[in-house]
Design a protein around this ligand. Sequence first.
Ligand SMILES: Nc1nc2c(ncn2[C@@H]2O[C@H](COP(=O)(O)OP(=O)(O)OP(=O)(O)O)[C@@H](O)[C@H]2O)c(=O)[nH]1
Ligand SMILES: [Mg+2]
Ligand SMILES: [Zn+2]
Length: 308
Amino acid sequence: MENPVATVVKNAGSHYLLSALPEWRVFPAVLRGKIRLKGSSITNPIAVGDRVKYTLEGDGAVITEILPRSNYLIRRSTNLSRQAHIIAANIDRAYLVVSLHFPEVKLPFLDRILVTCELYGIPATIVLSKTDLYREADADGIADIRSIYERAGYPVIETSVKTGEGIDALREACGGKVNLFSGESGVGKSSLIKALDASLDPKIGQISAAHLQGKHTTSLYEMYPIASGGFVIDSPGIRGFGLVDVEKEEIARYFPEMLREAAGCRFTPCTHTHEPGCAVKAAVDEGRIAPERYNSYLGMLEEDKKFR
Ligand SMILES: Nc1nc2c(ncn2[C@@H]2O[C@H](COP(=O)(O)OP(=O)(O)OP(=O)(O)O)[C@@H](O)[C@H]2O)c(=O)[nH]1
Ligand SMILES: [Mg+2]
Ligand SMILES: [Zn+2]
């Protein structure tokens, strides 16, 4: 008989938890011996969201095979590190959570995650969290972020777990799908998951008063079922996000708004930096591409020069 298939719902360090989806019946399983990914520079052979085959041996399950992934999100901890880490696999949508303050949003960091989502075909939504902490002076900053990412084609939603703003919409959007919540420590990923389903109990942290940033409260990757339908993956806060497997010449393709405009460039290939007749630069001048996004792109080209 063929071995049964289940989805990895938690990486617990010494073992994994599996469940056949969409039912939710979780059981432990171990990985024994031989499963190795090609290119051993990946630190985790199995990620949450992976679909695996298993056998029952004695009173436990043993993972025998990882099925091909429809997509995955991967990062290096810095651009210098050789080792890469798979954040999650087989994701229907990534919710990239940022807060205006505490911690302060860093757009180039967000853009690197977005480039990776595009590279691996993961649809992304930007979540602006903690709207209850907005002050009057923040209105422009909020409008800017919304405009930067909506021009690029990404949905932007604003949420507060204190006032409930955006939570119903988020819950509805998550229905019937596997959704990854990612972002810096302290932005409120685990709090959002708790707000989607009060019966869930992800660990929620404090913001360090000294550094006004999160304390890496969530330390493991874990999938949760939402009572109203769908699944969410909580993940540890990301500090650095180094690009993996992107050639410098390709980076512009993973900015959807640049890809759209690039067809009009006089030269192919065009790096969109110094070439005459560059349609991307024209679109920046004319406001169809946000200068912040274009600057993130230039920053990635620069990093590439430094690190490769
Ligand atoms: N005022 C306000 N505070 C929030 C909101 N969401 C989260 N917080 C607070 O932000 C802090 C961090 O929240 P977490 O949910 O633990 O953040 P996280 O993104 O899961 O952090 P890591 O697990 O460390 O990656 C906690 O003190 C939360 O109470 C919100 O909508 N409004
Ligand atoms: Mg957390
Ligand atoms: Zn160009």
